[in-house]
Design a protein around this ligand. Structure first.
Ligand SMILES: [Zn+2]
Length: 120
């Protein structure tokens, strides 16, 4: 079970709303087995039609456990590009889709399978 800080989810929700209609993307950092921080990549590119995730520069940092990005559409399923990226990096990937509320959050494994999560 993935554990994530409830305040961080609120932060992600706000960040996605503020970035709309562009995509928001960042890395997830875990501390003491709880995902508690997002790290913005200086090289990520926010654009309405770009697949943001492919522009990530990958930091070498063991506390980085995955990624989060927003979908400006109401579709929270990973795209083909997302799935290719998930396989290459990290163990948990969050997609938050429009309108970016609690019900619009989806957690995926490297293989793109739905992961259960717990708020702490
Ligand atoms: Zn995506």
């Amino acid at each position: 079970m993935i554990k994530i800080d409830e305040e961080l989810l609120d932060f992600i929700s706000h960040a996605a709303k503020n970035t709309h209609p562009n995509e928001f993307a960042a890395f997830l950092r875990e501390e003491k087995e709880i995902i508690s921080e997002v790290i913005f990549s200086p090289f990520s590119i926010f654009g309405r039609n770009s697949s943001t995730i492919s522009h990530f520069s990958l930091p070498i940092d063991v506390s980085i456990v995955g990624t989060v990005h927003s979908h400006p559409s109401a579709n929270g399923s990973p795209s083909r590009e997302d799935l290719n990226f998930f396989l290459r990096y990290g163990k948990v990937h969050i997609i938050i889709c429009y309108p970016y509320n609690r019900n619009d959050l989806f957690f995926y494994s490297r293989e793109g399978e739905n992961l259960a999560y717990e708020l702490v």
